[in-house]
Write a protein that binds this ligand. Sequence first.
Ligand code: MG
Length: 422
Amino acid sequence: MTDHHATQRYRRAGAAGIVVGALLMALTVVALPWLKSLALLSPAATGGSVLAARLFLVALGAFVVIEMPLLLVVLIRMAWRNFPPRQLNAIHFLYTLSPTFYGIIGALLTGVAWWAPLMWALGLVRILSSHFAIDPSRLAQKRRESTQRPAPRAAPDLATIRAFVLDMDGVLYRGNHVRDGAVDFVRYLAQREIPFVFLTNNATRSSAMYGEKLAALGIEVPPSRIIGAAQASAEALARSAVKGARVLPIGTDALRQALAAQHFTLVDGPPADYVVVGLDPELSYEKLKRAALAIRGGAQFIGTNPDKTFPAEEGLVPGNGSALAYLEAATDQPPRIMGKPSLPMMQVALSHLDVPASEVAMVGDRIETDIVGGQAAEMVTVLLLGGVSSRTAAEQASPPPDFIFDDLGDLLRHYRAARHDP
Ligand SMILES: [Mg+2]
């Protein structure tokens, strides 16, 4: 039922309460002579104190019988968002009707008929107040607001960070040039024994190959601290796959090695349990055909990373996302992405650190992958400028990154200050 229909029924129930109440009022006026004979406040009744007691008891009884359950239900309704609408309408009907009973009780007590319409008029006030309190459309709006608003989160503090996940391209280096502060930052983490890993969406190189590249730039780290999209995909897949499952890889040797290291059985064509697609500089129609046939044959379609293009010296050239789009068109199946910003890669990174996500900083230069991925994994997010995303883009992001710094040198200065480590 839509909010609009819920509101209409709710209002109809309220209107029905008013109409029934009006009919009862009319009956009360007609029955006035009889009510006068019953009137508890008439001189025919016994002494004043007895009358006062009766009055008190009747009023209290009416209040408990009619008001308390309704009040309770209204309060429950306000707290319990999914209260069944049908019951809500029945309660609303009674709620608008209840002043009528006061009117009848009033007439019964005094023998004066105008008591009844007077009390009934109060029902109009009642309808307005209940409308504002429990109208379904207003509650639906509240519900939307409460689900849209992100859960309140304590403002992050750099001092609470106990581990780092660092994007590579644009954070540690740009092309073949190391970025300012990168060497010092990594040295500081090693000296203070602060756990860290490097994370890249590139699936064409192995961790050892990245280790060599970083060493040439003056950053010495063991390959175990470097997680590429090939390794992350293989590790993430190994968590859910049956041991020895058949994988048809499309990609470089780095991808084949990463999958073999997780004990998958590599196949060159269908049948397969998984087709894992990473950037392949030697991609051919023949490879795409085998992959498409395997996916049509029931294999799960996995993409290491979604990047449609990447910058090269010649300009923007096709990335892995372009091959994924080709296969999606050929199989009518979307790929399951493992790399940033998807959770599998973030979870693999966190599993290498053994520190709760809320105390891990994800440091990157691209909002759509690094920052969005870090936020999805509930990490603290740090955007470094001078790479892909600008400060303006970061400030307009929803939600924006927790911190914005110029480079790793800038981050190191603030981190040391926050830790009181001069
Ligand atoms: Mg980057």
